[in-house]
Design a protein around this ligand. Structure first.
Ligand code: ARG
Length: 584
């Protein structure tokens, strides 16, 4: 398509010439809407332009026909032999309907990032699951991904925690549930600080001591981090999430004074009521929201740390892209961060920079993306809480998911051994929670509903996992009946004679587009919906077309189609971080 456009309009910007799956299969398999804009910009008749491009198109190897439709769409109808050829290549193991990118990028993904001495709660689940699936998708497509867990291990809360630890610590409680104990200490002291200025002052002093490197306070602080990390690691292990780096906020402390000095020296930050801030007079949406980078008491804050983090990442990994996955309430923070960075970046274009030397070598390449998400709500439409009104702990939530799944599995398959039922429950329960989180548009809030997410029918993980096991059972049955030979025979021809077969095959061909769009727009929900459609097409195919009962040649083709559908389903669930089972 781009070649054809080039020969008709040699000066056209080809990046806008795209072909996408047709919104309605009635009109074709793929569609391009690009010519209308190109025609409009040149005051050409769009249908005439479409006709000229069509005359140059060389897609006979792919399409049985290409039509001009409406005001100048081009609709492409794939030919059966072209679809069959792609399936054959996949059956030979040459690809699984996607290719690694020809232009790999280095992408840093900052996600999960819970806070020390606090339990990971249901709010952290979205960041963890979204971030992990973006990392998996980008990696599958061949990008160099660096995952970095920006743990909240520094800040004013440690003053109160230190007071609590020294005065109120219950060693037995700490042994049983360290997070609960630390949370108790924090709540107690922060409540006390509200009415007792003396406690508040005491907490401030403990914080200053920590900041100055007091040995005792540093020791306690290290212990709090270590105890929290154990909890984080347990959750990550359950979720199958791994980080390349865990560089908490405190890692950047040594860099903060020089960084702030540099921003002041370059005239990017200025004094305001004793504090140092960056003003954005040139940006209408941030005009009234200056970014504070040094408080009036001399302390640094979240933005200062994030600037140092950004500089460190650029110097260390030279990424083309940095992605931050947090909830929507941090939008202003990231707008400010990115805006300060742009000022800084242009200021060091012609001067030497101490704190951020590497920025100069790649001034414009970097993409900074805040991938934000909405809240998880309870049935009442208010933020999701336990019955007693507490925030839901992630560990408890995952336990409940597995328990509920175990109940369902036990009802369905009481004869299975206990260990197997538990393994099924683990995979289904965790899969259900993850999928329910990835399926909605990430920017909308969603209502947490156990019955819905665990249902075997509907757009759920259990439904997709079940579809996968059904495909596996076809192969088991075929083997038992001696219909599938142990040694793989030659690659089948894929006649794709029934419409259901053809539709399923065409859906497989779109896997690459979906993976790329999900990675490009940071939206794993595209993959969810694609897999749901795939499972639906598979069901309709399997209802309409005999597989094991078909004649030998047709059986081989259909079995191979089942196999490819199963592999795409498994791969697609894998990039969502969801496991599959052979039986459930
Ligand atoms: N610790 C923060 C929180 O729990 C999230 C950090 C996100 N990452 C960042 N670079 N600011 O809200």
């Amino acid at each position: 398509m781009q070649q054809a456009v080039l020969s008709v309009l040699p000066e056209a910007d080809l990046s806008s010439v795209l072909v996408r799956p047709c919104p309605d299969p009635k009109f074709g398999d793929y569609q391009s809407a690009a010519l209308m804009a190109l025609a409009k910009a040149r005051k050409l008749n769009p249908r005439q332009l479409a006709a000229s491009v069509l005359a140059k198109l060389q897609v006979e190897a792919w399409c049985e026909k290409v039509e001009i439709a409406g005001p100048g769409f081009l609709n492409f109808h794939l030919s059966r032999p072209a679809v069959a050829k792609t399936l054959q290549a996949a059956a030979r193991g040459e690809h699984l309907f996607f290719a690694k990118t020809g232009r790999p990028r280095t992408v840093v993904i900052d996600f999960s990032s819970p806070n020390v001495a606090k339990p990971m709660h249901v709010g952290h689940i979205r960041s963890t699951i979204l971030g992990d699936s973006l990392a998996r998708t980008l990696r599958l497509l061949g990008h160099r991904v660096i995952t970095d867990n920006h743990i909240g291990d520094w800040g004013t809360q440690f003053g109160m925690l230190l007071v609590g630890w020294k005065r109120e610590l219950d060693p037995a409680g700490l042994k049983v549930d360290p997070i609960a104990e630390m949370e108790r200490l924090y709540k107690k002291i922060s409540a006390e600080c509200k009415d007792h200025p003396a406690t508040l002052e005491f907490a401030r002093q403990e914080l200053v001591k920590l900041q100055r490197g007091d040995a005792e306070n540093l020791g306690i602080w290290h212990e709090m981090i270590a105890l929290s990390q154990v909890q984080f690691d347990a959750i990550y292990a359950r979720l199958g999430v791994k980080f390349d780096y865990t560089l908490g906020e405190s890692f950047y402390n040594p860099r903060l004074p020089a960084l702030v000095q540099e921003l002041a020296d370059k005239g990017i930050a200025r004094e305001s009521e004793g504090a140092l801030a960056v003003f954005f007079d040139d940006l209408p949406q941030l005009k009234d929201s200056p970014a504070l980078i040094r408080k009036s008491d001399g302390g640094f804050n979240y933005t200062t740390t994030d600037l140092a983090t950004l500089a460190h990442r650029l110097e260390t990994w030279q990424p083309e892209e940095i992605v931050y996955v947090t909830d929507g309430r941090q939008q202003l923070h990231f707008q400010q961060l990115f805006a300060v960075f742009r000022k800084w970046q242009s200021a060091i274009g012609n001067t030497d920079s101490v704190a951020c030397s590497r920025l100069r070598s790649r001034p414009s390449a970097i993409i900074l993306a805040h991938v934000w998400f909405g809240s998880i709500l309870g049935e009442d439409g208010k933020p999701f809480k336990t019955r007693s009104g507490e925030t839901v702990r992630l560990a408890d939530l995952l336990d409940e998911a597995e328990e509920r799944a175990l109940k369902a599995v036990t009802e369905k398959n009481p004869e299975l051994p206990d260990s197997q039922r538990r393994e099924i429950a683990r995979v289904v329960g965790l899969g259900a929670v993850k999928y329910a989180d990835l399926l909605p548009n990430r920017q909308s809030d969603y209502v947490f509903n156990w019955d819905k997410m665990l249902a075997l029918n509907g757009n759920t993980a259990p439904y997709l996992q079940y579809a996968y096991t059904r495909i596996q059972s076809i192969f088991r049955k075929g083997q038992e009946a001696g219909l599938i030979s142990a040694t793989p025979s030659s690659v089948p021809v894929f006649p794709l004679t029934s419409p259901e077969e053809l539709t399923l095959a065409k859906q497989l061909l779109n896997f690459a587009l979906v993976l790329e769009a999900a990675a490009e727009e940071y939206r794993p929900n595209y993959i969810c919906n694609y897999l749901y459609d795939l499972a639906g097409h598979f069901t309709r195919f399997y209802e309409a077309c005999p597989v094991l009962k078909a004649g030998a040649a047709e059986r081989a083709s259909r079995l191979a189609l089942c196999d490819l559908a199963g592999r795409v389903l498994k791969q697609g669930l894998d990039v969502l971080g969801i496991e599959t089972l052979e039986r459930m």
